[in-house]
Write a protein that binds this ligand. Structure first.
Ligand code: MN
Length: 313
């Protein structure tokens, strides 16, 4: 079983207990807390020793690693990065002038992959709220398109679109995670260039992988945006900049679906469910693999389902 031991101080120990508050079980003797998350047990001892046992122990421990770890499974413990932040956001973060970044389309079979970065300085926060900028999952497509039109006029932003055709070129030799990391880095660079000489107080990326993995993924890029970069899951709730980025990205994604639909003459739904399989089967019957290559992300399981469906009828 994979196991990692960390040595930490009382303050961190208490922060950990707080952090795992929803996952606490009855603590074992001499421990301050025991937490269980999917196949992983974390025990914080009063002595300052913290034991991570089970699946993902290494990744979970790296969240907290401030002193070298002793590990029974890895020879070289991964070093904690100082320029990239996985932990809580600084106090008052939502009031800062922040660049937010988010992507849309990675889970949809049809349509492009879009990454958007938006600068939301504090002077614009009230305006953004007035525009109705909030979690795009709670907005209808119509609302999203309307707000996006206004955002385009009001904020400094940059967007990157990877069409399905391009995506299918890249994907066989690159994981989606790496592709997304490189796209975020690229889009952030474009925006920071556009903003000069202004600089954001922080950058917040809607988290899609561990910060250490993100850093690895962009390691071979010539320019890496790492300074003041934070990651949070559901980050659209943490700052208006991410909420705005998410709305713009969603709107461009809808544009791309519409554009591809009219090019191919078949209405292409978003997502990856059975409506998508049926549309994909129609595309395949009428235009073969080439039709899918131009409209869809071929490595999704939908491709094989569509071929089966098409051949059945
Ligand atoms: Mn996201």
């Amino acid at each position: 079983m994979s196991q990692v031991t960390l040595k930490t101080d009382q303050k961190t120990l208490l922060r950990m207990k707080d952090y795992y508050a929803g996952k606490l079980v009855k603590p074992v003797p001499y421990s301050l807390f025991t937490a269980k998350l999917n196949g992983l047990t974390i025990t914080g001892y009063k002595s300052g020793k913290v034991l991570f046992q089970g699946n993902g122990s290494e990744a979970e421990a790296s969240r907290w690693q401030t002193v070298p770890a002793t590990s029974t499974t890895i020879k070289k413990p991964s070093r904690l990065t100082t320029d990239i932040n996985a932990e809580q956001l600084p106090a008052g973060f939502s009031g800062l002038s922040v660049v937010g970044s988010d992507e849309v389309g990675n889970g949809s079979y049809f349509g492009s992959l879009i990454v958007c970065s938006v600068y939301a300085p504090k002077e614009q926060h009230a305006m953004l709220r007035d525009l109705g900028v909030r979690d795009s999952k709670n907005l209808t497509d119509q609302q999203i398109v309307k707000i996006a039109k206004r955002l385009e006029q009001e904020v400094v932003f940059s967007a990157t679109k990877i069409t399905p055709e391009k995506y299918n070129e890249i994907q066989p030799s690159m994981s989606q995670g790496k592709m997304k990391a490189i796209l975020h880095n690229f889009t952030l660079l474009k925006l920071l260039e556009k903003m000069k000489p202004l600089e954001p107080e922080a950058i917040l990326i809607d988290q899609f992988e561990l910060p250490s993995t993100y850093k690895k993924h962009i390691a071979s890029e010539a320019n890496q945006v790492l300074k003041n970069v934070y990651f949070q899951t559901k980050a659209e709730g943490s700052h208006l900049a991410v909420a705005a980025a998410s709305i713009l990205a969603r709107s461009y994604f809808l544009d791309s679906l519409q554009e591809l639909s009219s090019q191919i003459g078949i209405l292409l739904p978003s997502g990856a469910g059975s409506a998508v399989d049926n549309a994909a089967a129609r595309v395949y019957r009428m235009h073969g693999m080439e039709g899918l290559r131009q409209t869809a992300k071929l490595h999704f399981a939908n491709t094989q389902k569509a071929i089966k469906l098409a051949e059945r009828k």
